[in-house]
Design a protein around this ligand. Sequence first.
Ligand code: G4P
Length: 531
Amino acid sequence: MTIEQEIKKRKTFAIISHPDAGKTTLTEKLLLFGGAIQVAGAVKSNKIKKTAASDFMEIEKQRGISVATSVMTFFYRGAHINLLDTPGHKDFAEDTYRTLTAVDSVILVIDSVKGVEPQTERLMEVCRMRNTPVIVFINKMDREGQNPFDLLDELEEKLFINVRPLSWPISSGSTFKGVYNLYHKSLMLFRANQKASEDDVLPIKDVNDTLLDEHLGKYVTQLREDVELIEGVYEPFDKSLYLDGLLAPVFFGSGVNNFGVKELFDTFIEIAPEPKSRDTDSRKIEPLENKFSGFVFKIHANIDPRHRDRIAFLRVCSGKFERGKFYHHVRLDKDLRFNNPASFLAQDKNIIEEAFPGDVIGLYDTGNFKIGDTLTEGEQMMFKGIPSFSPEIFKELINTDPMKTKQLEKGIEQLTDEGVAQLFIQNGGNRKIVGTVGELQFEVIQYRLQNEYGASCKFITQNISKACWLTSKDKLKLEEFMRFKMNNIAFDKDNNPVYLADSQWMLDQMIKNYSEVQFHFTSEFKMDLVA
Ligand code: G4P
């Protein structure tokens, strides 16, 4: 098969949701369709239950599970699917954001009872930054959910994206009858506690077909009214708008009942994008280019603390990756080769000989990789779009065992390379401020420093509400600001100045008073400086 044919077959995507909306359930149903697993329950939920927040064995166990489910590769109707897993726990949200840099599209799961939830909004923000095409699945229609029109309005208002329903629910909860497919004009009947089968799909002429009256009884009137309204209000579905990330098709169903999942997945296969071109600091890279290139978006420490090796997850962006060939590590300016690159099929890891654009491979690493690193066949360029986001919780790291200072330094360096947290340095390295998106990370850091590096530490909460990266065309103004706010200035690991604002109010003041200084909420600007 040619590279072009390989690329055309690939769909690399993630399922995202606010915890508990049904991501794991949907993932499992898709894997069942793809034949990657045989029985329900084979995919362990990659989430740390709230009660286990300080149960470190649980964290360790979860780390094991999340390596195995990081990338799930399977085949469905001729497509080569790479489904990238994202952690369910909100404290690991940054991991999810980074994974989203490696996909070409997403399926967003919404709970029909709860509607748009906080994590849904944040995830969509990241999708919008990259114009990632989104398909929405409104789940749990077997519960008494919100009115579907209200849900659509809420999606548009809170997620800032236009939506277009492609299926429509007939009632919900105990009187849920099924969904009407607006695209293929068919009716799928819901039978509680029974697996959906092909027989449940009624091909009909259109919404006026008398078969509908037979099967839906009094609910048919509402359906006809709804369909008329939808056709009047919404433009016909425009695939190109979806591919540009401007329009999200919406499906309704029930993951746990396997209802509406097949039509979601079939449409996904039909419309979701194949691997796309990607921006670098010097030019656009097309997947079809002959030369291999890719970037690391996730690093996973191995679970065995005696072996400090890690797995770096690399997304192939162009050309063909081959096992055992030397590739150029751009940041280190060094050639490396990988003898045991792994691909992942649900629970199994396999050594692979080659990989194509859209694929994600696991590279065993002894400390060469940082998140965002680029591999090429020699070209000096770095992929854009793997930013660090401004953390939300800040604590000073205090060494509590001076005999183990070196171990602590090395440990925190490596853990932050892995993206567990961000490190900000003050006073020439004497003060280390660790920033994360969740409390749980501090426990993870403390535990791993002790367990893997033999170092012990404690954390002191800091009164910081936001970290902003600083740039300015006016060097003097920037220096003036940094002098003025000396106690709130730190440096990230690449030595970029960062302003640690005590409060949103103070930050707003500074933005107003120092108009010559730019305050960035993600580290992405670094690339713009290079470009
Ligand atoms: P997540 O990965 O997004 O966090 O969600 P997950 O799939 O684990 O689903 C969260 C809960 O919602 C699970 O129940 C799951 O069974 C349930 N669920 C998923 N889809 C549907 C649906 O279509 N209808 C209904 N009524 N429930 C659904 P749980 O009690 O937390 O876990 P479990 O014991 O059932 O596994």
